[in-house]
Design a protein around this ligand. Sequence first.
Ligand SMILES: [Zn+2]
Length: 271
Amino acid sequence: MASVPELPEVETTVRGLEKVLLGRRLERVELRRDDLRRAFPQDLGQRLTGASVVGLGRRGKFGLIRTDRGDTMVFHLGMSGKWRVDPAELHAHDHIIIDTDDGRRVTLNDPRRFGSVDLVRTSDQASSPDLAALGPEPTELDARDLREKLKGRSAPIKSLLLDQRIVAGLGNIYVCEALHRAHINPRQAAGRLSRHALERLVLAIGEVIGEAIEAGGSTLRDYARPDGELGYFSKRFAVYDREGKDCGCGGKVRRIVQGGRSTFYCPQCQR
Ligand SMILES: [Zn+2]
């Protein structure tokens, strides 16, 4: 199963880019096409070229690169996007090439082109279309707020946790893992979860995301693989992509399909 970048990959990518870009002037910006999932802003190259990077960050699964011109480049890695650092040679799917004033190079590579790149005014960032609707970060989630949002909802908890307005940045992998850790059945109606279950869930979400970010940071020197790719690292999952395998509780992991996507869970400890 191909691994789609989720929040920990984006966070690891941003930290890797920070080492190369922070404080540097973007000497040359080459756009090798004018769109990914949607069109780039027409003046993207012009506004980035010559600008200096004053900060990097992340919101949900969006990476943010702020410049001294008051612009923020907002990127999403989609299904297959990655940044490469100082690549030995360019690949066909390197769509954006950025050279810094100290001779470093980063490229945005995205074979399937489900990613996106936008440029917003930093001062208006919070109200930009991509970011405005996002819910809280998984690590800043509050059980009481979550309870309010899920109140009366009959949709399965699994599906609602994928809704970026409820929690920002969670994807299929970490939703499965968090529900498993919290011992919650993914098919349970979200509005019917007890206060205790939601407290366990909020804790579990923070933990699985926190651990994955840590794993991403610690397994890679400078957050880049030997081939310069940022953000992807091998992970160990309790249930994700482990259909038929043993759960620690003695049960076996089952795969079901919810909303067109695979859910992995253990019927024995997630009742
Ligand atoms: Zn189990």
